[in-house]
Design a protein around this ligand. Structure first.
Ligand code: AMP
Ligand code: ZN
Length: 466
């Protein structure tokens, strides 16, 4: 069976064949870097990492070009900078680096390209100029807007009709919009906001900055210059973000009907209880926080335990279950640590599971069968069994740790001697006195991770090992 992917655009599973086998192209909308990502935000990079790895396995490492952007100019970033007094570039640099590190800890391979919006302002401006020339955009009160009615295909991806589009656009009353569904391509910046001078032909007087949707269209064009094979993101991006990307790119292109992407893939939500995990609801946990208590592979296993289009409920039980399952694999791998790896093909059941629209739960079931085979294997079969288990596990981004180290657990990694514990407790007392509660909490977490139990009493703090 060849790879089948559910294409949101057609509403069905389709056989995936790239335009060129030597250059398979994929773009996934990346984070807006102004604070920590939550574990729901980590679902797209992990899911599309599985696809990236699977495409590389089939077409060759260098044949797959995967771009994931950083949105580093945005109202939320500007607000964060105004509130903290930190320069915008310092904020975006810091959170981009945290994002790289945290996704790396979840086994996410670095994408081939990581374009940043602010590095592509000239391309964004060129796109706007084309849209203005072709009458798909207009200038009004220092804004430039996309004229949605000028694009007949608008709504095809999200399958919304005009009324739903207008309702869904959640438009604030905006006097500069000729039509409620129109969206901003460029907006004015005040003196204390970052901005770029507009090309003279636009008829704008002051500085301005791009709208979010425009950023992706321009970065895709800059990275690929052609219709891409796959475009991905979370399901909330279908409308309006991806619909708007399609409108901008298709209208700007020469013939007007060159698609932006052939396959549109959208992951389902990660939920806490009934609600989608989101910053605005406030029900978030961050990988950055979770990684203090859990191995990255445990988080990755939990994130891939549901097929990517299904909702995924995030619970402590899910993490404990994921850890237990990984422990079972590592115990077997530990028992086989004397066995040499041999060359094997990718086990069929794992390949078939991934080919079926990245059915990771089925791939996990296949891994368990391989594990059982490895337990039963004797003689030369042990090498084949171990090699198949590792080949399939590594493909999915698992079993990268040394089994002995894994089984000892994180406490062993973080073991502290008595003097170090005393020193940390002294530092914690000083931090509390100085009201630096963040530092005091960090030390508490560090001690907890090393299984040190302590108690604050009238005589000072006492501790013992847990
Ligand atoms: P944002 O920072 O909100 O633009 O989100 C970054 C990425 O995470 C986008 O692809 C979103 O669709 C995705 N996303 C946000 N919240 C969730 C969630 N609870 N579950 C899964 N994906 C999400
Ligand atoms: Zn995008």
């Amino acid at each position: 069976m060849t790879l089948q992917l559910f294409n949101t655009y057609s509403g069905k599973k389709e056989t995936f064949v790239p335009q060129k086998r030597s250059r398979v192209t994929m773009y996934v909308c990346g984070p807006t870097v102004y604070s920590y990502a939550h574990i729901g935000n980590a679902r797209p990079p992990v899911v599309f990492d599985v696809l990236f790895r699977w495409l590389r396995a089939q077409y060759g490492r260098d044949a797959v070009v995967y771009a994931r952007n950083f949105t580093d100019i945005d109202d939320k970033i500007i607000r964060a900078s105004q509130e903290s007094g930190e320069p915008i570039a310092a904020i975006t640099e810091k959170y981009a680096e945290i994002y790289r590190q945290d996704t790396g800890a979840l086994g996410v391979l670095p994408p081939t390209l990581e374009p940043r919006a602010t590095e592509h302002i000239p391309e964004m401006q060129a796109l706007i100029t084309t849209l203005l020339e072709k009458q798909h955009a207009y200038t009004e009160q220092e804004h430039i807007l996309f004229r949605v009615k000028s694009f007949a295909e608008y709504g095809k991806l999200s399958k919304l009709d005009q009324e739903e589009i207008i309702a869904g656009a959640r438009v604030e009353v905006a006097p500069y919009k000729h039509d409620a569904a129109d969206f901003v391509l460029w907006k004015p910046s005040s003196e204390n906001e970052p901005g770029w001078k507009a090309p003279t032909g636009w008829g704008l007087s002051g500085k301005g900055r791009p709208g979010w949707h425009l950023e992706c269209s321009a970065m895709i064009e800059a990275a690929f210059e052609e219709t891409i094979d796959i475009h991905g993101g979370g399901q909330d991006l279908r409308f309006p973000h991806h619909e708007n990307e399609i409108a901008q790119s298709c209208c700007a292109l020469e013939t007007g009907n060159v698609p932006l992407a052939r396959f549109w893939l959208h992951n389902g939500f990660l939920n806490m209880g009934k609600d989608k995990m989101s910053k605005s609801v406030g029900n978030i946990v961050t990988p950055n926080e979770l990684l203090k208590s859990w191995e990255g592979e445990v988080l990755r296993w939990a994130l891939l335990s549901a097929q990517y289009r299904q909702p995924l409920e995030w619970t402590d039980g899910l993490l404990e279950q994921s850890k237990k399952q990984l422990d079972r694999f590592y115990r077997v791998l530990n028992d086989l640590s004397d066995v040499e790896i041999v060359n094997v093909a990718m086990p069929t059941r794992v390949a078939e599971a991934l080919n079926d629209d990245l059915n990771t739960p089925e791939a996990f079931a296949a891994l368990h069968s391989l594990r059982e085979l490895a337990v039963k294997a004797t003689g030369a079969d042990r090498a084949t069994a171990k090699s198949e288990l590792l080949a399939a596990g590594n493909l999915l981004g698992f079993f990268e740790a040394d089994p002995g180290r894994w089984l000892k657990g994180r406490a062993a990694d973080k073991a502290l001697d008595d003097a170090a514990i005393d020193a940390l407790l002294g530092e914690r007392a000083a931090a509390r006195k100085a009201k630096d509660f963040a530092r005091a909490d960090d030390i508490r977490d560090q001690l907890a991770a090393a299984s040190v139990i302590f108690e604050d009493g009238p005589e000072g703090t006492t501790w013992r090992r847990g």
